[in-house]
Design a protein around this ligand. Sequence first.
Ligand code: AMP
Length: 204
Amino acid sequence: MGPPGVGKGTHAAQLTADLDIPQISTGDMLRTHIRENTPLGEEARRFIEAGNLVPDELVVAMVADRLSQQDAQKGFILDGFPRTVAQAQALEDIAAVDAVLNLTASEEVILRRLSGRRICADCGKTYHVSRLTDPETCPACGGKLKQRKDDEPATIQHRLVVYHQQTQPLVDYYQQKGLLCPVLADSEIAEDYQLIRTALGLQA
Ligand code: AMP
């Protein structure tokens, strides 16, 4: 867990590659539903574009279904879920959690990361403009890179408020369960990732 732009997706993707367990990103899954115009995508779109959370019951059902799939039976990395205490409680009935990474960074770092974030309209991969040679083209599939609607400045501010109000209480929730692994993730990706590995007790 951690605020928008702190690097949850980036580090979850790296952990997926290193540990060979799937990254289950509710944000990515919801954006795929929107791209594919499914009924869930139709319902989720207005919440996402306004910077609000999608209702718990929709997200919990989506995650329960994903966690029942074969590739999640040997472990998984949840990215962006749970985001409310109600979601965390629902998760307890679905699967056991071994560790909860809590990534933090200053608001200045977060705003810099979010304002430079670009997403491929075709494959959904995410980049930062500072790491792209062509800021308009996806290096993975050649699709067009865009800014996420919810990364526009007014929506970013709202998402940070939503984070503090609805998701921050989970820090205490998981602290009390003895699962919380706090990591200050405000440096370069590789350095932050090493801190994450250490926090999880993985070899450097
Ligand atoms: P993310 O890609 O994690 O930044 O998520 C983008 C947006 O998807 C969020 O601002 C929410 O609108 C929605 N979303 C993602 N995960 C959840 C969740 N666990 N609960 C509710 N809404 C979510």
